[in-house]
Design a protein around this ligand. Sequence first.
Ligand code: NAP
Length: 249
Amino acid sequence: MVEARPRRVALVTGASRGIGRAIALAFGRDGVDVACAYSSSAAAAAELVAQLQEQGERAVALEADLRDPAQAAGLVGRTIEALGHLDIVVNNAGVTRDGLVLRMSDADWDEVIAVDLSAAFAVCRAALRPMVRQRSGRIINITSVSGVVGNAGQANYAAAKAGLIGLTKSIAKEVAGRGITVNAVAPGFIDTDLTAGIGGTVVEQLRALIPAGRYGSPEEVAAAVSFLASPAASYITACVLHVDGGLAA
Ligand code: NAP
């Protein structure tokens, strides 16, 4: 008798809202079971898990504060414990603490580096152990156009997101021979809580910079992640896929 191939399992950080939520739902449509990591939005995470389960997927919500590297790394073991194994990791959680460098506090620098960069390193390192053992895996890190071209007022965020690109390409080269791909997705301006604070004339000025003439949707970013996690992307690694309406070109 041929054994049925086990369902793929993904860990998505920052799954409670915005882009991460759209990624979890896209995985659900792809037939992938999902561990939905969150920190403060417990109700939203529970609602997402209920929605995925209604669609027939196995899903769990895992609380972790990614400012703490031990909690970040711990998500890997908790995912395997809850869902059996781990095939896909999406380091999506992110925060901004914007300000000009001259006025940027150490706390704002440290928090953004911790959540947007160090947590991804901790999760990648923990996930690579089982992935190397099973000789397969997909890691997708959500960076940003700010990490590619820089952005005044976002030195902490741009540094973290640029660091994430270096991390992605380096790990990709370390594990390419083990059947593991590691890629980054670089969104431009996407309609989420993260950009909701940008108001008034600034929105119009930003929109004018985007060749596509509009913000992107979380679903448009999720589609790129779904592709990179799919068998169709098996020969793509160390790549930065821009989902930005042409902004970074
Ligand atoms: P969002 O709507 O603000 O959601 C942020 C997510 O990160 C939430 O699920 C939040 O969880 C989680 N998070 C924040 N701090 C955390 C912490 N300390 N520990 C654990 N989780 C934490 O953001 P988004 O717009 O969807 O952005 C998702 C990713 O895309 C980020 O990496 C962001 O930098 C990147 N990105 C976004 C845009 C954009 O225009 N929106 C553009 C480029 C790149 P809780 O709510 O549960 O705390």
